[in-house]
Every structure is written in C-alpha cells, then in structure tokens.
Design a protein around this ligand. Structure first.
Ligand code: ZN
Length: 139
C-alpha cells in the first residue's frame, strides 16, 4: 500500500474566507501515484473547516450570512470562550458546523466526485498562517 502526506498553508487577508482547494488536492493525488484509494483532507486548526460543496459565489454568500446568523462574530462578549482573552468564539462554532474534514474516493487516479462537488477550505479566524493536511492511501 502506498501512503502520501502533504500540508497546504494558508494566510488569508480577511478573518473569514472560502477557498477552492480542489486543484491542490488533485495535484497531491497525482504526486501520490495512487490509482485506487482514499484521500483525506482536514483542517489542522479548530477555527477552520474543510468541506465539499458547489463552487458558486451566491452559495458562499449564503454560507457567510447563515453562519453569521447562527454564530455572529460580535459582540465578542457573547461567548464564554472569549473570557479567556480570545475573540474567536464564533469561529470555533462556525468550524463545528462546517466540519473538520472530507474523505474522497480515488478511482483510476482521480478524485471520484459527484456532480458539482468541489473541496473548500473554510477560514473563520484568518490573518495568520494555518494548515490543511492531505493524507492519501491506496495502491
Ligand atoms: Zn479560540
């Protein structure tokens, strides 16, 4: 069995962002040489997500508004977590909703997506270097 590990780094200029990382994951699959297997992609931080959905700007605006309704960034005093001196209580909750990781099947050397599926990095507390882990196993 082959095994391949790679980290992607991000430093978004804004606190929140959605980034399509499908090309980077496809590149990692190529580098791995795996033709049949599984590809795990996970955020390595507890205020960021990796998820699969459509690459459609209106949908991303809907995510942003929905997440702000559920867990607004401000007032910071709303969150017990921020009593520690942090200001990212909202980001932890947003990450929990949007998820930590995705697993995609690799078939014939390619990510075996359903229609319109793309992989996104969801940043909820950016403006600092953060990582995504890609782990690929198979033959
Ligand atoms: Zn925190």
């Amino acid at each position: 069995m082959k095994s391949y590990r790679k980290e992607l780094w991000f430093n978004t200029p804004t606190r929140r962002a959605f980034i399509n990382i499908t090309p980077q994951v496809e590149q990692a699959v190529k580098e791995s040489g795996v033709k049949e297997g599984l590809c795990l992609v996970n955020a390595m931080h507890i205020t960021a997500s990796v998820f699969i959905n459509d690459d459609e700007p209106g949908l991303h605006q809907d995510f942003e508004r929905w997440l702000e309704e559920l867990a607004p960034e401000k007032p910071y005093s709303r969150y017990n977590h921020n009593l520690t001196g942090e200001d990212n209580g909202d980001a932890h909750l947003k990450r929990q909703i949007m998820g930590r990781e995705v697993v995609v099947a690799i078939t014939d050397g390619k990510l075996d997506f359903g229609p319109w599926e793309q992989i996104f990095y969801g940043e909820f507390d950016g403006k600092r270097p953060k990582r995504v882990l890609i782990k690929i196993i198979g033959e």
